[in-house]
Design a protein around this ligand. Sequence first.
Ligand code: HEM
Length: 538
Amino acid sequence: DPSRKVDQNTKNHQLASFREDPKDQYMTTDQGVRVNHTDDSLKAGSRGPTIMEDFHFREKMTHLDHESIPERVVHARGSGAHGYFQPYNDSMKEYTKAKFLTDPNSKTPVFVRFSTVVGSRGSADTVRDVRGFATKFYTEEGNYDLVGNNIPVFFIQDAIKFPDLVHAIKPDPDNEIPQASAAHDTFWDFASLMPETNHMLMWVLSDRAIPRSFRMMDGFGVHTFRFINEAGKSRFVKLHWRSLLGAHSLMWDEAQKLGGKDSDWLRRDLWDAIEKGDYPEFELSVQIVEEEDEFKFDFDLLDPTKIIPEELVPLQPIGKMVLNRNPDNFFAETEQVAFHPGNLVPGIDVTNDPLLQGRLFSYIDTQLNRFHSSNFGELPINRPVCPVHNQQGAGFMRQTINKGKVNYWPNSLGGGCPMMAPENMNGYVHHMEMVEGHKVRARSASFNDHYSQATMFWNSMTEPEKKHIIAAAHFELGKVQSKEVRECMVGQFHKIAPEFGKSVAEGVGVEVPTNFEQELTGNYKDNEASKMMKKGKS
Ligand code: HEM
């Protein structure tokens, strides 16, 4: 369909139609009326009260009064960049029908937003934290969002724990301390009672959590997704971004000093590099698993606290992303961009990963709060570059002017001939996975191992990296006032790797607890689900 043809400039042209450059222009009101004086309000006498009829003053002030919107509940601080993605070849055709991944002649426009997770919009860039790495691909088949992080696993296995995690990791509800960083009683309290956090904690204590630059950071889709090919065959897939500059980190001491001297460090680095023409480049790779191999691993592919070791399933490179243009306006683009892991295009689908399933609800829900309207998809940065036609309409700030009387389906009055029925239009089809089961608030026993991959991570580290992890644990846990929490966490670390647990214990003034058996969290200990888990039933 030629009306859908996309190249790297398609999004730029679309955005250009919304751009406004005040240079060499008359100042006007929002209604386009020229302003002749903007330095004094209209008064009854030069020392008298301001007059209500001053429409210029009222409009100017009202606009400022309403210039803030809620910041993101997580990932509030971010930096964005435009660019494009181009596949190296058509090798993915065998696995997916997503055209932007299989046509080496296509350059799909992208917008990427890098972020920290915990701090508010004004917090420092250099804190120890996970970094978000979210990419919107404006493909000719619609928007596809890869909403990833720079760490390949997540803290929790089920989305229902996300509100607890976020409450525990965000500043304390009474005094809003600390602003950012994992140095936090409540976070370590939660983590020590939730052994499923172990694997990610190891990454967070490692140098990966203090990247040198957004340009020098890998990205991961985390969950197992599905690729679907032209014949409808499904395979499991993990998606990875590899920085072509390599992954580099700050030293903790550097990070802390930079936090004071230039808390915009990562933001400035990204902006300056793009201005200078040092365009950040990332390679997209995948690990593909055949459906029949779903159960051949000693972990569950649906468990987001696990990686698939590259020794078992190697990475296959797909193509390269180049970030080559800074945004024109932080608010209009970087702040208003709305990512959603459920923004999928034909050829890519989700799995039953219970964390991913919950995310599919959460992003739109939170964006309704952020934008106070269901029309945020029409904002310039969120608009697809291909045509959008449906019976949606109205609502706050609706921009599209839908013509005619007909805003329902089916219809014969609005050109809705049966040939145009959605089912005949080769649209998105959800993978027809067979699902069956008892309704039960439980977790599969195949999610129970919270230690092996944390241990694997520790064992894969070099000596200097191990020293950095121990030092980070001393710093973070050393700030925790509760001895019980420190002890409990040291118990977890000891189970992950005895020498690690002992080294941390020495630095934070506790003994390694004896007979430490913190397999399940308190809440899970005695309920039906945990009994089932203990019996090994799913
Ligand atoms: C942002 C929820 C897990 C990556 C957000 C936001 C919410 C959220 C509410 C704010 C979105 C907005 O205001 O536009 C959740 C839930 C999760 C979860 C409920 C698990 C149950 C994850 C995971 C990843 C991730 C596993 C990485 C794979 C991101 C990123 C952003 C984000 C990168 C920032 C997007 C941007 O730059 O605008 N998440 N999240 N999240 N999340 Fe998650």
